[in-house]
Design a protein around this ligand. Sequence first.
Ligand code: BGC
Length: 354
Amino acid sequence: MANYKLPEPKDFLGNIHGKNTHLFVLTNEFGMQIALTDYGARLVSALIPDKHGNLVDVILGFGSIKGYLSAKEQYHGATIGRYANRIANGKFVLGDTTYELDLNNGPNSLHGGVEAFHTKVWDRQISNFKKRIDFYYVSPDGEEGFPGKLKTHVSYELTDNNEIVIRFRATTDKTTVVNLTNHAYFNLNGEGTGDVLHHLLHIPSEEYLPINKNQIPLGKPHRVQDTAFDFTSPRKIADSISNQKEEQLQFANGYDHGFVNTQPFSVPAASAYSEQSGITLDVLTTEPSVHLYTGNFLADDLGKSGQKYLRHGGFCFEAQHYPDSPNQQQFPNVILQPGEVFASTVIYRFGLKK
Ligand code: BGC
């Protein structure tokens, strides 16, 4: 599909729970453009020239606020919080108190609950000559069952090196847990062009996080060697996703697993490439894992260009802490104390191979 366009700002004018919604556009010198909305502090589009010189929108999403509100898949491009991914049985203990969250994913709490960060209209400030936008949200003490008033700040910057730099910051007034991520679905051939199974992935992780049938990590990272999780050399998703012997893939209906990130921030923790468009994507992050999700449950939603987003129509590289960390003390710390600042950065860097 050649020459995509950004959605129209007028189609993002709305009012949700008394707050107005908008579409914002950032551009760079290379001709890359991204669109964002304050509804869920989310990425709506990223237009980038492919190897044929066509502008391709590599992010799945919808052309209007209404589209986001009626979609079955609610997390497209959104900021996920307070706790990205799953917390087993929706329960965790801090000090002497057990906190109980709503279960919105079988026996688990997923992505911070039903009315979590992806459903909020964030305050915003645009700066730096349309290169950066800052979103703010204050989550009240007890919201969705989590302790502490959490002041959250997420900024998106588009650099002239074709990078989307996302910075997350949070502070609390009570001991709490926090795990923030971005949930963009990518298709490097363009959203709505079918599945991503022929994308090549390169993930240097030596270990990944196996899960149980409820998709909760078993507790210890496993080596990727000789498994369907070995992307230490570039490999097509299609080459291993249908590996019938791999029970792990059956539990999740595809890839939906954390890869342990030991790369320094300057080195990609995960990369993808599509030969068809020539577009490459590198993910650089300060977070201890990159969660690969191959859109296993996508179905039915009609995307921006009127095409259905079917299973595997996009993939996510979610830079984050390990799922269920509040219940698994051996995992990297997700507890935030008053006086501390939670800070993490993820860079989605695009390139072209001709
Ligand atoms: C999770 C999936 C879930 C999806 C929902 C991903 O981050 O890992 O299991 O179905 O989000 O969009």
